[in-house]
Write a protein that binds this ligand. Structure first.
Ligand code: PMP
Length: 375
């Protein structure tokens, strides 16, 4: 049987208690949500929902084609202008997902003969970008600007340093200022994935690069997702117009992919309007994260100090993490559960989202449930 080997792998997963299953979420879920990436609580905001509905009414259910054929509507152009302006970059290009944006950015910025220096904790989409790139990849230690320098020293030619600005598992921030400095010393480019920074870090949520004074730099390119703080779906690359024009001409996940659905563009535009009008949402998400961390620590739990809206709680083993998340669910709390192979061996976590719209009572309840169900 051609695919018989799959049964063996499935059996190994079953034995290790690491089988993944899909659990459809009902529209009226009774669970307290600390698992989603809806950091600012905007996915259900009436203006965001109306932005999506209005865009679908005007432009249809789909974008109808690839961006270079029929898939670029005026809405896409407006979203690109507004995203670039909000985050402080010259230009932006919207993709159907953050994953596609990362594949595009890494592959086009790392041509044959170049070097990609990649943080060991980078998101899977950046890692896959490295795998697809024609340039060589050197993986360096986590958040290690000196490691980056050492790697850049070994290479004579074009280089790009690639890092999450906020890491998705532990919620810690990259030393973006120090990385930018290391890049300057060697004439290398810097590519930052700000999926978890946009909407949370920087003035009014303008992102980690903006907070570090790197917005608009000639040597910095940033990717974002529209699917977390903006409560929509899709991704974007932000940077100098020269880079964005190059992506339009060379990035395969741009050229050969259908344009972002109008509803997603409309929702993201409405969310951007909200961020500009209510800049306090970003600070509120950071405050909730800080409060969650303080309370978890006070309850004797091992939580990583958050730099953005992700709060990570250490679990003793992958099996314990799975059981812990399941027990939380039984007690009415949805939390994320990260374990191998999504994260390196030896690292298992509950991953909590500090949504800006969580109340004090909800934070208290979440911490109580996590404490009561601890392994
Ligand atoms: N980068 C990071 C750091 C992420 O956490 C994610 C989403 N999990 C992505 C990129 C991919 O973005 P999207 O979900 O829009 O494809």
């Amino acid at each position: 049987m051609a695919f018989g080997w799959i049964d063996e792998q499935a059996e190994q997963r079953r034995r290790a208690g690491l089988v993944r299953t899909l659990r459809p979420r009902p529209a009226d879920s009774p669970l307290l949500d600390l698992a989603s990436n809806d950091y600012l609580g905007l996915a259900h905001h009436p203006e965001v929902v109306e932005g999506a509905a209005d865009a679908a009414r005007t432009w249809g259910g789909g974008s109808t084609g690839s961006r270079l054929v029929t898939g670029t509507t005026e809405l896409h152009a407006q979203l690109e202008r507004e995203l670039a302006e909000f985050c402080g970059f010259e230009a932006a290009l919207v993709f159907s997902s953050g994953y596609a944006a990362n594949l595009a950015a890494v592959t086009t910025l790392a041509p044959h003969g170049s070097l990609v220096v990649s943080d060991a904790g980078n998101h899977a989409s950046l890692i896959d970008g490295c795998r697809l790139a024609r340039g060589a990849t050197q993986v360096v230690g986590h958040a290690d600007p000196d490691g980056v320098r050492k790697a850049l020293r070994t290479h004579d030619g074009q280089a790009v340093v690639v890092s999450d600005s906020v890491f998705s598992v532990d919620g810690d921030a990259a030393p973006v200022g120090a990385l930018a400095q290391a890049c300057r010393e060697f004439g290398a480019g810097l590519l930052l994935d700000d999926a978890h920074g946009l909407g949370v870090l920087g003035d009014g949520g303008r992102g980690a690069p903006y907070a570090a004074g790197l917005a608009g730099s000639e040597d910095v390119v940033v990717t974002v997702t529209l699917s977390k703080s903006l409560g929509s779906q899709g991704g974007a690359v932000l940077g100098p117009a020269r880079v964005i024009d190059h992506l339009v001409n060379a990035a395969r996940t741009f050229i050969f992919d259908t344009g972002l659905a109008p509803a997603a563009a409309g929702a993201a535009l409405a969310a951007l309007t909200l961020l500009r009008r209510e800049p306090e949402r970003a600070a509120r998400a950071r405050a909730v994260a800080s409060e969650l961390h303080t309370r978890l620590t006070a309850a004797g739990l091992e939580a990583v100090r958050p730099d953005a809206a992700v709060v990570s709680v250490r679990a003793p083993s992958p099996e314990a993490a799975v059981q812990w998340a399941a027990d939380c669910r039984t007690a009415g709390l949805a939390v994320g559960c990260f374990r191998p192979p999504s994260v390196p061996d030896g690292i298992s976590r509950l991953r909590l989202t500090a949504r800006a719209d969580l109340s004090g009572a909800e934070i208290e309840r979440a911490v109580r449930v996590i404490g009561e169900t601890r392994p």
